[in-house]
Structure formats: C-alpha cells, structure tokens
Design a protein around this ligand. Structure first.
Ligand SMILES: Cc1cc2nc3c(=O)[nH]c(=O)nc-3n(C[C@H](O)[C@H](O)[C@H](O)COP(=O)(O)OP(=O)(O)OC[C@H]3O[C@@H](n4cnc5c(N)ncnc54)[C@H](O)[C@@H]3O)c2cc1C
Length: 414
C-alpha cells in the first residue's frame, strides 16, 4: 500500500530517507526552507569516513583537557558564556567518552559505517554523480616522531580489530603520493578505505534531483510547526499547511525546534564548524584530502579550491561566522601546503547536529504514532546519510532492518 509521507529537511539525511522510501513504493514529499543540501551537508570536509570506527570523544587525559581549557587550540574553540547553557550535554558527553562506553558505542555504530560506501555507491551510480566521488582514501599527516609511533600502533590495532586498510608512509613515500606537501609532514597514514567527495553540496543536490526524476516532490517552504490532527499530522509552513499520515523530522541541528513543542526534549547541540577555500600557490595540487590531526583541520581539494574545514566551535548556533579557528588553522596549514589567497572573503559556517552519546537518533517517536526521526549525525552525517535512509525506510515500511536500530532509539533520552 502506498501512502503519503512528508520528509522535513533536505540535507543528506532527509534526501537519503526520501529516496529509500520512494524505492519502497511510498509517495514522498520533501520540504526544506532552502534548496536541498544547503545546510551542514553543503560545506563539510567531503569525507565518506569508512575508517572513523571510533567516534570523536572528549579526551580524558589531563594534558589534552588543559590544552582545550586554554581555548587557544585550533581544533576546539568555545565561547565561555555558552558553556553553562550546554553543561548537562557536556557532562553526558564526558560520561560517554569513558573507554568502555566508547567501545560499546563504536560497536553499535559499526553496521551503519560498514554500509556507508555501498549505500553511497548505489545512489551515486543511479544519480550519475561518479565525477564527484574519489575512491582512494585520505591522508593523515604526521608532524613528530611521537606521532609516527602512535600512528604505527593505530594502523596495526585498527587494521586487526576492524579490518581497515591503511599504509604507513615515511617522508619519501608521502612525497611520492603528495609531492606538494612540505617538510613539516614527516610521514603519514594513508587510510585507503574511505571515499571523498569534491563537492558535498552538489552530491546532496544530485541525490535530490534523482528523487525528483523518479517522481518525488520538493517544496521550498520553512516549517513552522508540526502537530497531530486526528490520525494524521499537520505540517504548517510559512506558506501553507500539509497533512500526511506519516512525517519524518530530519532537520539536522534544528530538529529540536519542532520536537520541543511536542514535549520531546532531546540533548541536541550544534557543534559549529567553518570552511574557507584557497587558491593553490604556484599551481601546486593536492591529490587527496589531508587531515592534520595534531592541529585539527582538514585540507581537501574541492571544486571551489582547496577547502580548509575547521574542528569544533561551541558557541550559540545563531552567532555569526567568525575567523578564529580559520586563522589558527591557516597559519599551520601553510607549513604543510603552499596555500594561495582565499577564494571567499568570509568563511562558511555549518552546524553539526550532535548527541552527547555520539550516536544519531533514528526511529519512531514514542506516544506520537506516525512521527519518525533521523538527526544527530554530528561529524559523520555525510558518511551515514544513505545508510540512515535505508535503515529508517526499512523500519517505516515493515522491512527487516539491515542493522539493529535499538541503539539509535530516542527513548534513551526520555
Ligand atoms: C565543518 C564541517 C565538516 C564536516 N565534515 C564531514 C565529513 O567530512 N564527513 C561527514 O560524514 N560529515 C561531515 N560533517 C557532518 C555533516 O556535514 C553533517 O552531519 C550532515 O550534513 C548532517 O546532515 P543533515 O541532513 O542531518 O543536516 P543538514 O544538512 O543541516 O540539513 C538539515 C536541513 O533542514 C533544513 N531546515 C532546518 N530547519 C528548517 C525548517 N524550520 N523548515 C524547513 N527546513 C528546515 C535546512 O535548510 C537543511 O537543509 C561536517 C560538518 C561540518 C560543519
């Protein structure tokens, strides 16, 4: 039986859900206040992160904590007045970062990660977007001898425990792979499993275009509220209202705006991140995306130039974009690669939707029949969008879920 489903939010998560529901014979309408793929899905680092098997936890050693507390770090920056507002979230995140909890969380996320490449491959093929995808991994540069020792240990452990493919590169091997990288990089890990995307916004838009070609409808309307109306749901937008038997909230970091009025209060915080593109000086090229883990940024060759994406900023989501982390990272990036002038005058700002236990919310909403949820993918929404779409669509249409959905149930917070 087909019915009508409204998917709210046309980021990578919402678009992927819409495509999967459509493939299962449902009639789906996507609603977004902007064009598809203009939120966090627009400006990320473009890594389809098959090798990020351990989620980004709060470090628990005093040296790292003190470095963060100084607020001079490039990787994490915070507005001091904002921290009291998110103190419960920070505390829960800290608790989830204990090593035994982290191992459990990693195991729960693994089936989604294992599906991330094949789920993207399928959509990329169908949407004709092969030109946006590279299938030869990314490079983590290493700046110190201690870093090389740590890299040797991680390559061996993650290779054994999770079957990941990675090459440890000394300076000459790195030079062969990335001739333009400069002497600050003494070696690297070439993580070979992941894919990279040269324009993540175009990828989401291309998936949305596939959805439309297959008969789906996309409405450009800002959603003001959702409310039950008899056995259906009424979605009120700035322009009109729509009724449907089932709705999906996939509004990324803004999902709470619609959930809170329904009494569903979840600890969702936006981890802000910026990007800026640069021309390359002297025509130097980057062949792969580069993670400078020690400093905390990614340099990636993209359609618009070399994209520098920053780590995490904890500040009010509506505060304007700023250059604090971009400036700190740019200075260190110039030690590695001959960056030219910036392409844009102001950085782009995006909001990573982050739950304190580092897992997304995927599933139904208790006490609200017909209401479905998919948000909170934090650092890995590009990676996990299509796998999430498949999982939620299987749950909504009575299929056998390919992964255990229980770890992603919103009830863990209620
Ligand atoms: C700097 C940075 C780097 C990142 N790098 C990576 C990476 O390399 N790999 C990776 O996997 N992930 C990465 N991420 C994370 C990833 O981008 C996000 O997890 C992902 O984009 C979230 O997708 P989403 O669909 O949930 O949210 P979004 O893409 O934000 O989509 C939400 C949509 O909801 C719409 N919306 C919101 N409110 C309303 C409303 N009231 N009415 C109508 N529409 C509304 C918005 O317009 C938007 O289109 C990065 C994020 C950032 C910020």
């Amino acid at each position: 039986m087909t019915s009508h489903i409204l998917v709210l939010g046309a980021g990578i998560v919402g678009v992927s859900i819409a495509l999967h529901l459509q493939e299962r014979g449902e009639t789906v309408t996507l609603i977004d206040r902007s064009e598809p793929g203009e939120g966090a899905s627009f400006g990320n680092a473009g890594l389809i992160e098959r090798c990020s098997v351990i989620p980004y936890a709060i470090p628990r050693d005093w040296r790292s904590l003190l470095a963060h507390a100084s607020n001079r770090n490039a990787a994490v920056h915070y507005a001091p007045s904002f921290l009291p507002r998110i103190a419960p979230w920070l505390w829960a995140y800290w608790q989830s970062s204990r090593s035994e909890r982290l191992t459990k969380i990693a195991g729960e996320l693994l089936p989604l990660l294992e599906a991330c490449l094949t789920e993207h491959e399928r959509l990329v093929e169908a949407a004709g977007l092969n030109h946006l995808l590279k299938r030869d991994g990314w490079v983590e540069v290493i700046r110190s001898i201690a870093g090389m020792e740590d890299a040797t240990r991680r390559v061996s452990t993650l290779g054994t425990d999770y079957g990941l493919s990675a090459d440890l590169l000394d300076r000459p091997a790195l030079h062969r792979l990335e001739p333009a990288l400069m002497a600050a990089a003494i070696g690297a890990i070439h993580w070979r499993d992941p894919f990279t995307v040269s324009d993540p916004g175009a990828l989401t838009k291309g998936y949305a275009a596939l959805f439309e070609r297959r008969g789906g409808t996309i409405l450009r309307e800002a959603v003001k509220s959702v409310a039950p109306s008899g056995k259906r749901w009424r979605v009120t937008t700035a322009q009109s209202s729509h009724n449907a038997e089932r709705i999906v909230i996939a509004l990324g970091a803004r999902s709470n705006d619609l959930l809170a009025p329904l009494g569903l209060r979840v600890p969702l915080v936006a981890k802000r991140g910026h990007h800026l593109h640069y021309r390359s000086d002297t025509g130097a090229t980057l062949n792969h995306a580069i993670l400078d883990e020690q400093i905390g940024y990614v340099l990636a060759p993209m359609t618009d130039g070399i994209r520098l994406t920053t780590g995490v900023e904890l500040a009010p989501p509506d505060a304007p974009a700023n250059r604090v982390q971009i400036n700190r990272c740019e200075a260190r990036a110039r030690e590695l690669f001959p960056l030219g002038e910036p392409v844009e005058s102001e950085p782009w700002l995006g909001l990573r939707p982050a739950m304190p236990d580092m897992k997304p919310v995927i599933g139904d909403a208790p006490g609200h029949p017909g209401l479905w949820l998919a948000f909170g993918h934090a650092h890995h929404g590009l990676t996990l969008g299509p796998a999430t779409g498949r999982l939620l669509a299987e749950m909504m249409t009575g299929g056998k879920p390919f992964a255990d959905p229980r770890p992603f149930d919103i009830r863990r917070f209620l």
